[in-house]
Design a protein around this ligand. Structure first.
Ligand SMILES: Cc1ncc(COP(=O)(O)O)c(C=O)c1O
Length: 395
């Protein structure tokens, strides 16, 4: 009998199936294909990527390997100038390339926190963060976002949550899945708090270029320089290319802190050197496609949100205010629990995420992607309406 292998506590995640994953698996086994309203992969959304988009990955320049931990200077220069051309101040020297936003988070958790230290994150928000924090030994504590016709940060609660183990405040703007941008007044308050308490700000701005109501709300947190700030972006959302694995961190704040952060990040990045040379060399031509692909995604998300709002008008479901990003949230009647709604919808052939997946404090909410192709989105919507009718007419 071999001796038991001692796996780490940090990797002891539960893999127990729940009612939803069980139903998804059993439907799959019978060949039933629900409409996937959880779609987050842009490459599965039937978007018109420009022909030849990836040809720059085969540039002969990529045959030469010049390991630069923060990323090739020429690529960082191009990236910073791309942002400057859009009126946003960025510099190549304060830019770090990573293999994804997930890797950006991981680097920042290692840079800022020791095991047991805390990072304050919004709730509801994106569930990947808990795994990244477990791997880094960092404790996440959720500060609430409240909804009153629009989402806002509970700044008072956030302030009370800061203690001697707090290292950073994290914001997602616009947030996944609430679609809320950090408002100018919130950004100023966060900065003041971070400055006063000696904390860093991490601002995930991967969906910044996807406003759903007019131009993007508020400035990037990279534009403020009162406290050490890390603003995250990447090709995954900006050009709809998650498979190319390229993200970035813009570092801003007081010079002395920025210099220290960059020299430490350089060692963290040097430990992995995970960003491939071809994607760095191709960055300029990939960014040239950002407008075209971005426009196709914006047209899609606007169209689907407008259709959804119209279709649900006067029904028992409410579409919450959504300022940006690729997702939206429905508030459903409390005649069923969130899980009951999600299962009923799946039985009627439409897959959505239950709100608790994103840490909603109350029920019942479901989260829908705005990325699906119109014919799929409309069919999913038809099935949602059918489920609402069935479940509500019972009462
Ligand atoms: C808010 C947010 N940040 C980051 C990511 C991950 O981006 P990447 O593919 O660059 O790791 C996602 C993915 O859905 C996301 O929703």
């Amino acid at each position: 009998m071999p001796r038991k292998v001692p796996f780490s506590h940090r990797s002891s995640w539960s893999s127990q199936p729940n009612e939803l994953t069980t139903l998804v698996a059993s439907q799959k086994a019978t060949g039933a294909v629900p409409v996937d309203m959880t779609l987050s992969n842009p490459t599965r959304a039937g978007l018109p990527y420009p022909p030849g988009l990836l040809s720059s990955l085969a540039s002969p320049a990529s045959l030469s390997y010049e390991p630069e931990p923060l990323g090739l200077l020429s690529s960082r220069e191009y990236l910073a100038s791309w942002y400057r051309a859009r009126g946003q101040h960025r510099s190549a020297e304060r830019t770090v390339l990573t293999a994804s936003s997930s890797e950006s988070y991981s680097h920042l958790f290692h840079l800022l926190a020791d095991p047991g230290d805390e990072v304050l994150i919004p709730a509801p928000s994106y569930p990947l963060l808990s795994f990244l924090a477990d791997l880094a030994g960092v404790r996440l504590r959720a500060y609430p976002l409240h909804y009153a016709g629009a989402w806002f940060i509970d700044l008072e609660m956030l302030r009370e949550m800061v203690n001697e183990r707090t290292r950073a405040i994290l914001v997602v703007s616009p947030n996944n899945p609430t679609g809320s941008y950090v408002k100018e007044s919130e950004a100023a308050a966060l900065q003041e708090l971070a400055q006063e308490q000696g904390l860093a700000l991490i601002s995930d701005e991967v969906f910044a270029e996807y406003p759903l109501q007019g131009p993007p709300r508020g400035r990037s947190l990279a534009e403020y320089d009162g406290c050490l700030t890390f603003a995250l972006g990447g090709l995954s959302k900006l050009v709809g290319l998650p498979q190319l694995k390229l993200g970035w961190i813009f570092v801003s704040g007081p010079d002395i802190q920025v210099t220290e952060a960059l020299s430490r990040l350089e060692i963290i990045a040097d430990t992995y050197l995970s960003v491939s040379t071809p994607v760095q060399q191709a960055l300029p031509s990939l960014l040239e496609a950002a407008e075209e692909v971005g426009d196709a995604i914006r047209e899609r998300t606007h169209r689907n949100l407008t259709t959804l709002r119209r279709a649900l008008e006067g029904t028992t479901a409410t579409v919450l205010d959504t300022e940006g990003g690729w997702y939206t949230v429905l508030h459903l009647p409390s005649t069923l629990t969130e899980m009951e709604w999600t299962l009923a919808l799946l039985r009627n052939g439409v897959h959505v995420h239950p709100g608790h997946f994103f840490d909603f404090p109350r029920e019942p909410f479901v989260v829908l992607s705005l990325l699906p192709e119109p014919k799929d989105f409309d069919e999913g919507l038809r099935r949602i309406l059918q489920t609402l009718e069935e479940k509500i007419s019972i009462f």
